[in-house]
Design a protein around this ligand. Structure first.
Ligand SMILES: Nc1ncnc2c1ncn2[C@@H]1O[C@H](COP(=O)(O)OP(=O)(O)O)[C@@H](O)[C@H]1O
Ligand SMILES: [Mg+2]
Length: 249
């Protein structure tokens, strides 16, 4: 996009996370995010049966596969939403697979951004406040966060819509707000689970263009779950998940 992106956010306040564990360099060298041997079961269902995945800085990775194959579970484990039963996950060489709930919450706020199928914006808040909130949770003063949020909304083509609530936006516009919210904190990785699943094909392509271009320009990597070939084609690389395993690279 031709619109310059807003400046990066101020550095996050020192978090209360434990000192970084040292990860063997051979396993995780050079990857921004790297998982080895991820296993996750729900009762008798094995959602992940030993997954290895690496994500480079600036890379966009499409995670493909049929419904029920384990795509969302993989995204949730990589994103610190679900702790895996076994395996390791390293972000910039720091092991994050065994963090406490509180540490994972901080990790998500400080290092990650999220765009889901239904933007999961807060319906009672205007667009600018939905976006600013992510920055305020990291300690940015309200006025500064709102200013940054307006810059992000403008960069995403939503100038003039700052005060609209999610119900007053189209589906594509709401997903642009979700992209702004994901990026305002300057994340290392953006996670998107079927972000165009509720949109028509043209609007979905528009959101994918904005999501991939803006994420790349902001220096973040992208992990995108989709079963849609057209959506995956916006990413720089893809993997295929079947029955909880990566079958193609
Ligand atoms: N919270 C859960 N409780 C029980 N089973 C789950 C849960 N989440 C996922 N599963 C099961 O794990 C498997 C993988 O699910 P999921 O990762 O959502 O697949 P996908 O995103 O590829 O459709 C499925 O069999 C699903 O039913
Ligand atoms: Mg899913």
């Amino acid at each position: 996009m031709s619109v310059p992106l807003p400046p990066p956010p101020p550095p996050a306040a020192a978090s209360a996370t434990a000192p970084a564990a040292v990860v063997p360099p051979a396993a995780h060298a050079a990857a921004r995010l790297s998982a080895r041997g991820l296993v996750k079961t729900f009762g008798t269902t094995t959602a992940l049966a030993g997954v290895d995945v690496d994500l480079a800085a600036g890379e966009s990775l499409a995670v493909m596969g049929p419904s029920g194959s384990g795509k969302s579970t993989l995204l949730h484990c990589l994103a610190g939403i679900l702790p895996p039963d076994a395996g390791t996950i390293a972000l910039e060489g720091r092991e994050i697979g065994r963090l406490s709930d509180r540490e994972r919450t901080l990790l998500r706020r400080e290092r990650y951004g999220f765009v889901f199928q239904f933007g999961q914006l807060l319906p009672e808040l205007p667009a600018e406040e939905n976006v600013a909130l992510a920055s305020m949770l990291l300690g940015t003063p309200r006025a500064r966060a709102l200013d940054l949020a307006r810059q992000w909304l403008a960069a995403l083509g939503l100038a003039g819509m700052e005060r609209r609530r999610p119900g007053e936006l189209s589906g594509g516009q709401a997903q642009r707000v979700a992209v702004a919210r994901a990026l305002i904190t300057g994340p290392d990785v953006v996670f998107a689970d079927e972000p165009t699943g509720a949109l028509d094909q043209t609007t979905g392509a528009d959101v994918m263009r904005v999501l991939t271009e803006t994420t790349r320009a902001a220096g973040a990597s992208l992990v995108l779950v989709t079963h849609d070939e057209n959506v995956a084609s916006w990413c720089s690389r893809r993997i295929e998940v079947r029955d909880g395993r990566v079958v193609g690279a």
